[in-house]
Ligand binder design. Sequence first.
Ligand code: NAP
Length: 258
Amino acid sequence: MSTESAVSGSSIPDDQKIAVVTGASSGIGAATARQLASQGYHVVLGARRTELVDELASEIGGTGRQLDVTDEASVDAFVAGLDRVHVLVNNAGGAKGLDPVATSDLDDWRWMWETNVLGTLRMTKALIPALIASGDGLIVTVTSIAALEVYDNGAGYTSAKHAQAVMHRTLRYELLGKPVRLTEIAPGMVETDFSLVRFDGDQAKADAVYQGLTPLVAQDIAEVIGFAASRPPHVDLDQIIIRPRDQASARRNVKNPG
Ligand code: NAP
């Protein structure tokens, strides 16, 4: 049996699971959307660059929708019609700048807090009823090793990632007894557009971050998210830290090993 779904205007079988991925226009989010689609999910992809999510959605048989997680009205429009959701991947986020607290840029901090912290809050609040209604929901939040550590010049990002992670971990308690699992994914260095965004489009600066070591790629993270989603309903992978072999912590990695 299938129902006409407000998700895409197309028919989604009642037994097909639905996954929502935020920040699905590039990097980890795009790879995760592909991964979950390959596992049989109908994926609803959101990001501000609508043309990119639309293109990927048509490639993987999902639904692309414009989404700005910093904008309440955009979140409301994005979730409209989503009355059952099995997986929510809170992935939209990133860093802006790398400055000491003493000379930090308040607009950069605002961007990081609005996107990583309040963006995750808005999406999660909006979809908790649909996750519960699915009977077997999963909230994956992509935090970072920056949610576990601090490093020089990184306080804007580390404080935002700590706050995002604390909210996610609190839900593990608040949703106890409800059919919703919670998985925090805390990656180390992943080569995506992350550093390009952090350094305001400076490609040379972004490339230098990954030179001389082997960083993770987006697919490495997507496969782990796919694995967490594929566990049976009674198994909750609470927190998963994934680092490249060449990186021991946010402050310590090895360049040109051997
Ligand atoms: P990325 O390639 O820059 O992807 C970031 C994604 O977030 C993009 O799809 C972007 O889409 C979306 N986004 C940004 N602001 C948004 C907004 N206001 N509303 C909706 N979507 C928004 O970087 P990435 O590495 O894949 O980052 C994904 C997540 O992983 C982030 O939360 C990041 O903090 C985390 N992370 C990354 C690393 C790393 O080393 N790469 C390590 C640890 C954690 P649009 O620009 O189209 O809106």
